[in-house]
Design a protein around this ligand. Structure first.
Ligand code: PGA
Length: 240
């Protein structure tokens, strides 16, 4: 059985470090007895350093919400994968639908980012809404690197809308993703294959369906990850 991931995507929240610390400490305090779930928090870049210092025992894994595809160089405003790694990050969200839409990130850019993240020995969380995005995102990935990839299926209609996707339809999509992985020569249930997680209006009521009924290996949680009580309810419902 693969590990279950619960990944918090804070997006551009909160607006100050004090609140970020509060949110982080709230989760840290509440996960002491949780053993079977990998909890990853992806705050804005600017909080990573301070939260890393508060996370010396690595109770919570840290992730970033993006990084640049070049490894180093004169790129104003960009953050490299190595910088993230040196701060203690282990995961990087790549290709979130918000960035695809607002910043016109293309599949090509996303594919380059995925490769750089893998090369830096971080784990990319590739967000997709459809199979074409998946195929273009994983193009040219070395077979040995697939085990470090997480695929997040995030149907557009469900992201940030409060309209969670039907778990049966989500399961169909998960099966299609697995088919693509089989075509790549991977065996979806083996340790060599990426974990597939679901994201989009996840809350404490619907979370369990995506794990138990649809068979996803985890969840990418946006809005609900900004409310500690609700987020911990999701974690506890899954871990029971
Ligand atoms: P949501 O966001 O849970 O608020 O729908 C999910 C995401 O954007 O990753």
């Amino acid at each position: 059985m693969k590990k279950i991931f619960i990944i918090a995507n804070w997006k551009m929240n909160p607006q100050n470090l004090k609140e970020a610390k509060f949110l982080f400490e709230g989760v840290k305090k509440s996960i002491k007895d949780i053993k079977n779930i990998e909890i990853v928090i992806c705050p804005p870049f600017v909080y990573l350093s301070e939260l890393g210092i508060r996370n010396k025992e690595l109770e919570i894994k840290l992730g970033a919400q993006d990084c640049f595809w070049e490894e180093s160089g004169p790129y104003t405003g960009e953050v490299s994968a190595a910088m993230l790694k040196n701060l203690g990050c282990q995961y990087v969200i790549i290709g979130h639908s918000g960035r695809r839409k607002e910043l016109k990130e293309t599949d090509e850019m996303i594919n380059k980012k995925i490769k750089t993240v893998l090369k830096t020995k971080l784990k990319p969380i590739l967000c997709i809404d459809n199979i074409s995005q998946l195929k273009k995102g994983i193009k040219g990935i070395l077979q040995k690197d697939f085990k470090n990839l997480i695929i997040a299926y995030e149907p557009l209609s469900a992201i940030g809308t409060g309209n969670p996707y039907d778990w049966k339809k989500a399961k169909e999509m998960k099966n299609k993703i697995q088919k693509v992985l089989i075509e790549q020569g991977l065996s979806p249930l083996s340790g060599d294959s990426p974990c597939i997680i679901y994201g989009g209006s996840v809350d404490s009521k619907n979370a369990i369906n995506y794990i138990k009924q649809s068979g996803f290996n985890g969840l990418l949680v946006g809005g609900a990850s900004l409310k500690t009580k609700e987020f911990m309810k999701i974690v506890k419902n899954i871990s029971n």
